[in-house]
Design a protein around this ligand. Structure first.
Ligand code: SF4
Length: 525
């Protein structure tokens, strides 16, 4: 006869249930709980002004823990988070059984998106203190993430004008109709005061406002088209070749344990303008200059090459033609086969003919000199060399830097360093998009999207901290917690103090570092 464990849902508990006891000792929820306890949330506290007799609000510490844990487990819709607070013991534990509704969660997230950048910085410092990041090899990369805006709502200037005209006409008609008779007015306003906008009119007014905003964006940024729902997003091509309304998310990842040390989001399709700000943000967040940095050819530009040279950055950054010209080889008439003669200030072509200096150029802040072939008109191989009547060669101040970078990338060490980029940053983007499911944004507008991406990066780093403490330190995590006083502030503190001896005073260090950074005292850190 089968033997079962007795099952009775009406069984009374002898003692009140402690939800903490139901959570595995090395669960992610403990790491999130402990780390958030260590963060300085004063910037959030300062923003909340309800002490003057107002209704008490939910504790920010609880809401931050819930939000961070939700993002670390791929749950980010405020409605889903609110539902988890009623059904998921991990959420219930973090919230101490409190149940803020979805609106409270959503408003808290929106109101404090600006403070998330600072919390992200504090988390980076904790990772540094735990030895999870060394700011040795830093790899920069970006990924396109869909905006919360339908592609069909992207319109050109002409279409926006037509729509605005049409809606203005409709608004006029509604107002005329409303003014016609008292009866009509009653029908429109019902038992409301009468000075409120009828629903139909309000919808059109809102749409008109959005269209005006999109038109403004077009003008300000010199774009051909803008999205009505979210004017900050742009049409971008993703890695699979599909095109959608998106944002370009950027990360700088530390090579030690794949901790994200800087992040940003831009509306620019091209990555080239992101190299310098993201690289500099690594210094701001960590207080250290990276020993080396790598990025793919999408980040190359003359401006970046000059920046790397002037700031003595040990960079591994190929130009866009590196793959084609160096790895696949160059043709006989490639510009690199034209020799420069310093004494004469001329170039000699592969056919032994001269190209003489014609004029100076300045393009995007990069100086160039233009040389033109003297004897091309009589050259037998002209069709192989140029489509014009004479060969033109532009020699830029960046050419020497590109040559040096190519030579560096072709050494065995250079190849190794550049290869490290792949194993450093790509798994991180894969984790964000595939494991956590962050392929799109929920929020709209560049500032909110930047805040949301900060949350995603915080979630990634929290999971890294958890993995580091649980996996790397073996069973110590569980054993330590068992020995700990349950009422102590956090078992993580004792654990990390005993095991690494590094986490002590992280909070004060974080505050000092951040204050110093804010004062621009990077060098002193
Ligand atoms: S076309 Fe002009 S530059 Fe080219 S090989 Fe002939 S002479 Fe030289």
């Amino acid at each position: 006869m089968a033997n079962f464990i007795p099952y009775n849902q009406s069984q009374l508990m002898l003692l009140p249930l402690d939800i903490k006891e139901m959570i595995p000792e090395d669960h992610l929820v403990h790491a999130v709980d402990a780390v958030v306890e260590k963060l300085d949330l004063s910037s959030i506290y300062e923003k909340i002004q309800n002490s003057e007799g107002g209704r008490p609000c939910y504790h920010p510490l609880m809401l931050v823990k819930v939000l961070f844990y939700a993002y670390a487990t791929g749950v980010r819709s405020s409605r889903k988070i609110a539902a988890r607070l009623e059904s998921d013991i991990f959420f219930m534990y973090l919230a101490a059984m409190q149940r803020p509704d979805f609106r409270t969660i959503s408003d808290f997230r929106k109101e404090h998106l600006g403070q998330l950048k600072e919390l992200f910085k504090q988390l980076v410092i904790i990772c540094l203190e735990l030895g999870m990041a060394k700011v040795g090899h830093i790899a920069i990369d970006g990924t396109k993430m869909r905006a919360s805006a339908g592609r069909r709502r992207t319109k050109g200037e002409g279409k926006l004008e037509d729509m605005a005209e049409e809606i203005e006409k409709e608004i006029e008609e509604i107002l005329e109709e409303a003014a016609e008779t008292d009866e009509g007015e009653d029908r429109l306003y019902g038992d409301k005061r009468g000075d409120e906008l009828p629903e139909e009119l309000r919808k059109r007014e809102d749409l008109l406002e959005k269209i005006e905003k999109a038109k403004e964006t077009l003008k300000k940024r010199g774009l051909k088209e803008a999205n009505i729902t979210d004017p900050d997003c742009r049409f971008m091509q993703d890695a699979d070749g599909g095109k959608d309304t998106s944002y370009n998310s950027q990360v700088a990842v530390d090579g030690e344990m794949q901790v994200i040390v800087a992040n940003d989001v831009t509306s620019e399709v091209n990555d080239a303008h992101q190299f310098i700000p993201v690289y500099e943000q690594v210094g701001e967040n960590t207080g250290k200059k990276p020993e080396e940095v790598s990025a793919d050819c999408g980040y190359f530009s003359g401006e970046n090459a000059i920046y790397i040279d002037r700031n003595k950055v040990d960079a591994y950054l190929p130009d866009q033609m590196f793959e084609k010209e160096v790895v696949e080889g160059i043709g006989e008439f490639d510009r690199r086969n034209f020799r420069y003669n310093e004494e004469e200030d001329t170039l000699t072509c592969p056919g032994g003919k001269r190209l003489v200096f014609k004029q100076n150029y300045m393009q995007n802040g990069i100086r160039s000199r233009l040389y033109i072939g003297e004897e091309c008109f009589s050259c037998e191989r002209r069709v192989e060399c140029t489509r014009g009547k004479a060969r033109h060669i532009k020699v830029s101040e960046v050419d020497g830097l590109v040559k040096r970078m190519r030579e560096k990338l072709l050494t065995e060490e250079g190849k190794e360093r550049y290869k490290k980029r792949l194993s450093t940053v790509e798994p991180v983007l894969g984790n964000l998009k595939r494991n956590l499911g962050y392929r799109d944004f929920l929020l709209r507008g560049i500032d909110k999207v930047k805040g949301e991406f900060n949350l995603m990066c915080i979630a990634h780093n929290l999971k890294k901290i958890h993995k580091h403490l649980v996996c790397k330190e073996g069973g110590e995590f569980s054993a330590m917690r068992k020995r700990n006083d349950e009422r102590s502030l956090s078992f993580l503190t004792s654990f990390t103090e005993r095991v690494t001896g590094k986490i002590k005073n992280i909070l004060s260090k974080s505050i000092i570092s951040i204050c110093s950074l804010l004062k621009g005292e990077l060098a002193a850190i």
